[in-house]
Design a protein around this ligand. Structure first.
Ligand SMILES: [Zn+2]
Length: 386
């Protein structure tokens, strides 16, 4: 009896020691965290909140009372390097146009920005753009038209080839925008194949890498193009912010203003510019200055900043949009005026097939752009092939 009681006492003592040890460890952890917090520099008296990393991607502000307030998920600049897995896994394996548009919006509400430049490389403008991007540590996607790379004109051919190598060396991603920038839906299937694959050949010949991203000239799409992209496992990448820079001749200020307004309205997105226009190149420092000023004041107000992302990071963020796209598809399929079967029906409901003009929406004013987007989305979701 006494022996059993002794054993029981030993057991309860062991439990008590264990509990005390756990308590001590817990207290040490909490004390450590408090010390870390209290020894962290206080917010400066100009009111600028202090940003501290909690987890690698989560930033928070600390107020005067030492309370943490998360700012949201942001990608710190040192993580902007391209992940080793380029190209990333396909987001849109069926190369559906509507998915291409929706994915270009990026991570929902995240104020993440991807800059894309089409139609180059163009000596005289692309070479002025590259140092502007380098100074701001921006990595963009360049959708290249290869005709200059095989031009018989010199020094055009040599300079264009060198520019393409410089663009890749600066950390940008090279995408395919066809050789000659034709309206693909007007071409016979073998010519569509040539415009895409010969351009990929030219790019690969110059930089040793085959492009993974594809953007159709004018956003003009067809079932031929779609099938071809699927067979080559290319990622269809559209845009969500189009300032129509090709119409704003010599007006860098207007180009910048349209982009700035739409970045605000849409909480980030894929920006379309042309590195073939001097005024579009001249708009970039204005946009970058605005981003810096805007982020400083957002930070002061404890709001999540804009983050300009490397294409690989932006695509990975856009992956989080897939459930929304699939839910929209499911909704459209459960409410069928006309059932959509995959494949053949897809071509019939692509509403921007054969659209003329770079960009399907009018971004002339932010309201117009919103209206354009809504109309575009509504006509797509209606699935009636308008
Ligand atoms: Zn273009």
């Amino acid at each position: 009896m006494g022996r059993r009681r002794h054993q029981a006492r030993q057991r309860s003592q062991a439990l008590a020691y264990r509990a005390a040890a756990l308590l001590a460890i817990g207290a040490a952890v909490i004390t450590g965290a408090l010390i870390a917090l209290s020894s962290a520099p206080r917010p400066r008296f100009d009111g600028t909140p202090l940003r501290i990393p909690i987890f690698p991607r989560l930033l928070a502000t600390v107020d005067d009372a030492g309370r943490l307030e998360p700012l949201g998920m942001v990608i710190p600049p040192d993580a902007a390097a391209r992940p080793p897995s380029w190209p990333p896994a396909l987001l849109n394996p069926e190369a559906r146009l509507r998915w291409g548009w929706d994915l270009s919006l990026g991570r929902p509400g995240a104020r993440e920005v991807l800059f894309t430049f089409d139609d180059g490389p163009n000596p005289g403008t692309t070479d002025r753009l590259l140092p502007i991007l380098a100074r701001a540590n921006i990595h963009a996607a360049f959708f290249v038209c290869g005709w200059r790379l095989e031009s018989h004109e010199e020094p055009l051919r040599t300079r264009a080839r060198q520019l393409l190598r410089d663009t890749l060396a600066a950390g940008h991603v090279i995408g395919n925008h066809t050789v000659h920038h034709y309206q693909l839906p007007t071409l016979p299937p073998e010519r569509v194949r040539y415009e895409i694959e010969h351009n990929a050949d030219l790019i690969e010949e110059v930089i040793g890498q085959r492009p993974h991203l594809f953007r159709p000239p004018y956003g003009a799409y067809s079932e031929d193009v779609r099938r071809h992209l699927v067979s080559k496992r290319n990622e269809l990448w559209m845009w969500s912010i189009d300032p129509h820079d090709y119409l704003l001749v010599n007006d860098a200020e207007a180009v910048a203003q349209r982009i700035i307004t739409n970045l605000g309205n849409h909480a980030g997105g894929t920006v379309l510019l042309h590195d073939t226009h001097p005024w579009s190149v001249a708009a970039m420092p204005k946009i970058i200055r605005w981003l810096e000023r805007e982020n400083a004041s957002r930070e002061q107000a404890g709001r999540a900043p804009y983050v300009v992302l490397d294409p690989a990071r932006y695509l990975e963020g856009a992956r989080t949009r897939l459930p929304l796209i699939q839910a929209a598809d499911a909704l459209a399929n459960t409410n069928p005026p006309r059932a959509r079967d995959a494949g053949s029906a897809e071509a019939a409901v692509e509403p921007t097939t054969g659209v003329v003009g770079e960009g399907p929406v009018d971004a002339g004013a932010p309201a117009a752009m919103d209206a354009g987007n809504t109309h575009r989305r509504m006509s797509m979701d209606a699935g009636d092939g308008r």
